[in-house]
Design a protein around this ligand. Sequence first.
Ligand code: SF4
Length: 257
Amino acid sequence: MSLAATPSLTLPSASASAEDVLKWGFSVFGPRIGICTSLQATGMVIVDMASRLAGSDLKVFTIDTGRLPTETHELIGKVRSRYGIEIEVISPDDSEVDGMVSRHGPDLFRDSVSKRRMCCEIRKVRPLQRKLRELDAWVVGLRRGQSETRQDVSKVALDEQHAGVYKLCPLAAWSNAEVWSYIRGYDVPYHDLYDQGYTSIGCAPCTRATSDGEDARAGRWWWETDASKECGIHVSPNGAMRREFDVLLDEVLVRAG
Ligand code: SF4
């Protein structure tokens, strides 16, 4: 039986530090825990902290959607050489991407929120789901302060949305200032786009810099005014949008065969 299905697992306390959450994860899940990062600031803190705890014996992976900015690819190389770790780059299914692009075009995300969510589903969510089948736990850099949709983030919880694995968010209670204090204090490599005014970084065509006073995630899908700034990895679409999204996705997946 996988550890993820163990009912008596004792979780860290709600006040556990980020280091303690990571130590707990490494000790309980061993080689079946992975760090998932999009190379944003919080992910870099986690990689640095984890490397101090576990050396180069880390399982780190990232999703290459096919639309990432050049700076993200450059940072992957810097992280590999700085920490002496391998970063597994996982990709969407080619036939699913081809089916979507041939039906809706490469920039379908501009057409509607449903099409944008479908693009995120095919390029991010489905590759992640496939990867998580290999693991009992994953670590991400979510913080409660990042957005309204993330205010209930737990430091450790069973992830019902993704194959029932455990999801660890060691920085759940951290502020943005704490993240950057850690990065400066330990000279952690970080994404070049932060120095160009970006405050949240995803795919190149769907991310812009933000202005003073804007929400940190305002630069993600900035043309959408009434949708949550989420790709579906951490929060699923629901209601009428979910139904429209399901129809679109089914059409593409049928074509992809
Ligand atoms: S962020 Fe944009 S390009 Fe990237 S997967 Fe989502 S919709 Fe597609």
